[in-house]
Design a protein around this ligand. Structure first.
Ligand SMILES: *Cc1c(COP(=O)(O)O)cnc(C)c1O
Length: 472
């Protein structure tokens, strides 16, 4: 482009009203939700940055695609259009649709994991880890050291530590049925993995006869980072980079709710014939026939179109610019974030923003509640609430205490983001008054979705209202 301003490369044809709420209303609603933002009614959220998963705006072409959806139980043409679109980017032999990413993970882990098994990754996403642990296997995170240091600038902080991977494969390779790489590394801050690192992991896997799988939810964002940051890729098309990434892998799991620009869907793709046969048998048991896998034919059509749109470089330039815009503004306000800014989200380092709240008093949860009360903005805690509970029921502080602000694809405009920035400006001034939280109720697994919380100083959530705070 000749101009410097990076614009949203789309116009808006259909709008959804946002319901505005007052601070007093939000104080009541978050209390009623037991201070868990997953319990809020989405209507009561002004800017919803809970997740970029399933929240993308579909294009006119995708909506048109829905009408082409063929709902035949078996052999639907929509399946074949979906399969062709997947293979155009990810040339695996077998493409098995699922209702979302975790279903692909559950089926894959059901085949390969189990007691005594170890599955390494750069960093496992929470559902991947849970599906591994549910089989009795161990999920091992081997991200490079820079991935643990929030403010260390590094172009590929999502890389796996190849030395540690090699050591694991040498010592216990017979217990490792596959190696995973999460691209981009969601839990680690949406940080990319370099092509050199994918290649290096594949070389180690080959030496030990272990397949490499990509947890590929944000493959297009990862490819765009490679194009921008890795030597030798600047003049490759994103599509060519995507194809090379997958040429180094033996399979993938995918949540189409991310970089396929749809609201539901996923798939498992792989070359291994026996695993694929077993996976399809499992699929029939719990998801559906292999040509729909828990999805409607119209969903498969929307994915097929979304996969063409996601590798559009004008889209990806805008996508990265909008995430960076928020991250840079927060940095200017003195809010510590994971640097450099990742692809789909800005991750605030709540441990350094709120040093007066110890990790097991959940500083990022405190920040999430305060941000909702301040401006109706919903982010998500990625810290000791999400990861602190150990398989044996004990509690350990997580590696980092983060508040993630995920940016839905093609949904919010720059003025929405400016509003978020203004809310942070207000919050930063009174951050010392925020208090810790304790959990009053929790399920045994994935507790962050349903846990109930209580502020340690009930007045702290309400202290800024003009009206006297009600005792709670
Ligand atoms: C979202 C996500 C998943 C799980 O996908 P769902 O569609 O939510 O089940 C797995 N891995 C990563 C990296 C993700 O971001």
């Amino acid at each position: 482009m000749e101009m410097d301003t990076i614009i949203e490369p789309f116009r808006i044809k259909s709008v959804e009203p946002i319901q505005l709420t007052s601070r007093a209303e939000r104080e009541q609603m978050i209390q009623d939700a037991h201070y868990n933002l997953f319990n809020l009614h989405a209507d009561d959220v002004i800017i919803d940055l809970l997740t970029d998963s399933g929240t993308s705006a579909m294009s006119a072409a995708q909506w048109a695609g829905l009408m082409q959806g063929d709902e035949s139980y078996a052999g639907s043409p929509s399946y074949f259009r979906f399969e062709e679109a997947v293979k155009d980017l990810m040339p695996f032999e077998h493409v098995i649709p699922t209702h979302q990413g975790r279903a692909a993970e559950r089926i894959l882990m059901g085949l390969v994991a189990g007691p005594d098994v170890k599955i390494p990754s750069n960093t496992h996403f929470d559902t991947t880890r849970a599906n591994i642990e549910a089989t009795g296997a161990e999920a091992i995170d081997l991200v490079v050291d820079a991935g643990h240091v929030p403010d260390e600038e590094h172009p590929f902080k999502g890389n796996i530590n190849l030395d540690r991977l090699e050591a694991l494969l040498q010592e216990e390779g017979d217990r490792v049925p596959l190696v995973m790489l999460t691209v981009t590394n969601n839990t680690g801050g949406g940080q990319p993995v370099s092509m050199a690192n994918i290649r290096g992991a594949k070389a180690l896997c080959n030496e030990h006869g272990v397949p490499l799988f990509l947890d590929a939810c944000r493959f297009a964002e990862n490819a765009y980072f490679i194009k921008q940051r890795e030597d030798g890729y600047g003049d490759h098309s994103v599509k060519a980079i995507v194809r090379e990434m997958f040429s180094h892998a033996d399979g993938m799991t995918m949540s189409a709710k991310k970089d396929a620009l749809v609201n539901i869907g996923g798939w498992l793709a792989l070359d291994h014939d026996t695993w694929a046969r077993k996976a399809r048998n499992q699929l029939i048991l719990t998801e559906g026939f292999p040509t729909y896998g828990g999805l409607a034919g119209r969903d498969l059509e929307a994915i097929a179109v979304g996969l063409q749109e996601i590798v559009d470089e004008d889209y990806l330039e805008y996508r990265m610019a909008s995430t960076r815009y928020l991250g840079e503004a927060l940095t200017d306000l003195g809010v510590p974030i994971i640097r450099p800014v990742g692809g789909h989200a800005v991750y605030i380092d709540a441990k350094s923003l709120l040093p007066h709240i110890p990790p097991l008093d959940y500083p990022a949860q405190s920040l999430a509640v305060a941000l909702y009360v301040t401006g109706g903005i919903r982010g998500v805690e990625i810290g000791s609430v999400m990861f602190g509970r150990q398989p044996d029921g004990s509690e350990e502080p997580a590696d980092q205490e983060l508040l993630r602000l995920a940016i839905p694809r093609r949904v919010y405009t720059q003025s929405h983001v400016d509003y978020v920035i203004e809310c942070f400006e207000a919050l930063v001034g009174r951050k010392d008054a925020l208090c810790g939280y304790e959990i009053t109720e929790e399920p045994p697994q994935l507790r962050h979705f349903t846990a109930h919380f209580r502020p340690q100083e009930p007045g702290a959530v309400h202290h800024e209202t003009d009206a006297p705070a009600e005792a709670s």
